[in-house]
Write a protein that binds this ligand. Structure first.
Ligand code: ZN
Length: 345
């Protein structure tokens, strides 16, 4: 009976996929073929789906964002493959799920995400997964006390009146870019470890070893990063969006500010004027854009100043998944800070 229900679900997903994606060949042929295959053998059906969609249908940890995938890949190394929902170059602030993502999420043995305040696009699919098959990082008792308050948006009507009492900010209370905190990364790794041990108790030894190696690599990397950042810690700079608070606090960097808390909302003329004044007054060295956002406002603000424009990647685009990818991600971010801030030494 269970098999029949499962077959029905796979078949529904397949036909919906063919409709949604507008597959180049006539939909009737593969749909009919898959119907026969699906009714013949469940494994053949899973194989056919995997071939048709490019989605891995074996057991997997699915991470919402690449950096969470880095942490999961270290803990699940040799135990379970890790897949990532958000494609490189996309922003978690405005992503919309594709049909292939929906299939990937339905097949997930474990979903790792920050929570609905960050990945709005996952709110529905995450809530339909059983609690045992998802880790909502921002809600973990071990993470909750470590959350930083979110930044203030640069509202035009705040420019000249700090006592206006207008507190109608439309953003979450906390900064949800938690993957940029090495401390929260360790908590996330522990949570993934505990859940994998529950799911696959026979692999406990390997998962234990993986967690130990992850923490050891992070400790070693931590010292290198602190050494690299030491000469530039006092340098002022602006970032495009308020994503880096955890990393900056952890390593004692001194940002002058950010352009926006929501990358979809660009600052207005008055806010830009204020930023430009601050940049000059504070003798800031750099403005950092992001690979996901290269807004024209950054060029406009920097024009006629000695500011350097550079890029920070908060999502680790292009970094492959393995035991040390999270450490490589933080090192890459460090290099991006240092290569700009060390100018004008
Ligand atoms: Zn962000």
């Amino acid at each position: 009976m269970i098999t029949v229900v499962k077959l029905r679900r796979y078949y529904d997903i397949t036909t919906r996929f063919i409709t949604d994606e507008n597959v180049a060949m006539p939909a009737s042929y593969p749909a009919a073929l898959l119907r026969v295959v699906c009714c013949t053998c469940r494994f053949a059906c899973i194989w056919a789906l995997g071939m048709a969609t490019g989605v891995n249908t074996q057991a997997a940890v699915v991470a919402s964002l690449r950096p969470l995938g880095f942490i999961a890949a270290a803990v699940a190394d040799g135990v379970m493959p890790v897949e990532i929902v958000l494609p490189d170059g996309s922003s978690p602030h405005d992503y919309a799920l594709r049909p292939t993502d929906t299939l990937r999420l339905k097949n997930a043995d474990l979903l790792v995400w920050v929570g609905p305040e960050m990945e709005v696009f996952l709110s529905g699919p995450a809530s339909s997964l059983p609690a045992a098959r998802r880790i909502t990082l921002a809600s973990l008792p071990s993470v909750r006390p470590l959350l930083q308050k979110g930044g203030e948006e640069l509202h035009e009507n705040h420019e000249n009146d700090d006592s206006s009492g207008d507190d109608s900010h439309h953003h979450s209370e906390y900064n949800m870019h938690v993957w940029l905190s090495p401390t929260i990364a360790r908590r996330a790794a522990e949570a993934i470890h505990d859940r994998l041990v529950e799911l696959i108790p026979e692999k406990k030894q390997q998962v234990d070893d993986n967690l130990r190696i992850f923490n050891a690599v992070l400790t070693k990397n931590d010292k290198n990063i602190a050494t690299m950042l030491a000469p530039v810690r006092a340098k002022g700079y602006y970032v495009f969006h308020d994503a880096y608070g955890y990393f900056e606090t952890y390593y004692g960097l001194t940002p002058s500010g950010y352009f926006t808390i929501n990358p979809e909302i660009q600052p207005g003329a008055q806010a830009l004027h204020k930023i430009r004044t601050q940049l000059v007054e504070q003798k800031a060295t750099c403005i950092f854009a992001e690979p996901q956002f290269r807004p024209a406002v950054i060029n406009a603000v920097a024009r006629g100043t000695s500011l350097h424009i550079s890029t920070l990647d908060p999502l680790g685009m292009g970094i492959s998944l393995d035991k040390e990818s999270y450490a490589r991600f933080l090192s890459q971010l460090t290099n991006q800070y240092v290569s700009c801030l060390e100018k004008n030494e």
